[in-house]
Design a protein around this ligand. Structure first.
Ligand code: KG4
Ligand code: ZN
Length: 335
């Protein structure tokens, strides 16, 4: 089954063709980074407009790369939630138009389910159940993935997402957008113990996260240094800060491993590209003899291939939308 999938939840316009949930025939992304870099972050209004301008061309290229015509596509999928509402609406409405014109089924996909599915592409043998750590710009979740469309969230952030915490720290350090990636690069080889940032504790919720305290702490540290005219030691501050975020992610994951004894742990979302997280999760899973899965780097960030992968499993469960489908800025993964 060939699914043409559309992803437009943030600042990447992605279209992909995926066969039977696992084989990527094409994956095209029009990045808006050069424009948002001017503002230090994503400007929602600009993102929506750029999606409008590029979605047709990206779709044409995805079909061309796959060597298929629209008539050889079996279903149309799109990310419908969560994300920037104006950005999502462009993808949803384009997908509805394609579905209406071709008569092919329309499959709505939750963005975070897509991130989890990016691992099905990289690891064709991977099947649920597993424990998933989903770490993106807007979400930080520990999830029991019981089946392809059956999820139970066991922990989540009480405030900022891990990616947002990385982005804000990077911005305070004067690093350009996209912050998380540039912070990771700048911190390579830095001393992770140079600056002790606070470890968050969330009362009565051992699998929940909190990143706002450490974010405020790094921002204050940088402002103090700036006021005193001291240089900002980006490499060591960055390494210590990432260490602190990653320690929190690994610590909650370890508690969940000890409690639920999963055979497999899957990490997904933009922050799964982080080199410190990859290193420490490997150590953790080795210690507990648990199999660990990360997506290939190119599928860590937003892309439409992961949406096409998840759409295959949604379709098998009969999760088809009609043309009244709307987008939603907020939606739990288990809804
Ligand atoms: O999943 P994603 O591409 O978009 C959302 O669904 O939010 O995640 C984007 C987030 C951003 O906060 C970005 O800074 C972060 O992932 N990110 C990273 C790295 N690459 C991307 N954070 C830390 N280290 C990285 N290498
Ligand atoms: Zn994402």
């Amino acid at each position: 089954m060939n699914i043409l999938a559309i992803e437009s939840s943030c600042d990447d316009t992605g279209v992909a063709v995926v066969k039977d949930g696992r084989e990527v025939l094409s994956s095209v992304i029009a990045s808006q980074v050069p424009e948002h870099i001017l503002y230090g972050g994503v400007v929602p209004e600009i993102a929506s407009r750029r999606h409008c301008e590029s979605i047709y061309g990206v779709t044409e290229k995805a079909l061309e790369d796959a060597g298929l015509t629209l008539s050889e596509i079996d279903a149309i999928a799109c990310t419908y939630a969560p994300g920037l509402i104006g950005a999502l609406l462009v993808g949803v409405n384009f997908a509805k138009g394609l579905s209406y014109a071709t008569g092919k089924p329309l499959i709505p996909v939750h963005h975070l389910r897509g991130h989890v599915a990016s691992n099905y592409i990289t690891h064709p043998e991977l099947e649920p159940p597993f424990l998933a750590l989903v770490v993106s710009g807007g979400h930080t979740h520990l999830i029991h993935v019981k089946d392809y469309t059956d999820y139970e969230v066991i922990g989540r952030t009480r405030d900022d997402a891990a990616g947002e915490a990385m982005d804000k720290a990077a911005r305070a350090m004067g690093l350009p957008y996209p912050g998380g990636l540039n912070l990771d690069k700048a911190a390579q080889g830095g001393d992770e113990k140079a600056y002790p940032f606070p470890s968050p504790h969330v009362d009565n919720a051992e699998f929940d996260f909190s990143f706002s305290g450490m974010k405020t702490s790094v921002v204050n540290l940088i402002h103090n240094k700036e006021q005193k005219g001291e240089p900002i030691d980006v490499q060591n501050i960055g390494a210590s800060y990432i260490h602190c975020v990653v320690r929190s992610l690994c610590n909650r994951t370890e508690k969940a491993i000890e409690r639920f004894a999963p055979e497999k742990v899957v990490v997904a979302g933009g922050v799964s590209a982080n080199s410190f997280l990859r290193r420490d999760m490997k150590k953790l899973c080795k210690k507990h003899r648990v199999k660990l899965y990360f997506p290939e780097l190119k599928y860590c960030g937003d892309n439409a291939a992961m949406i096409g992968s998840q759409a295959y499993y949604e379709y098998q469960k009969g999760h088809i939308a009609d043309l009244k489908l709307n987008a939603a800025a907020v939606l739990d993964i288990d809804k």
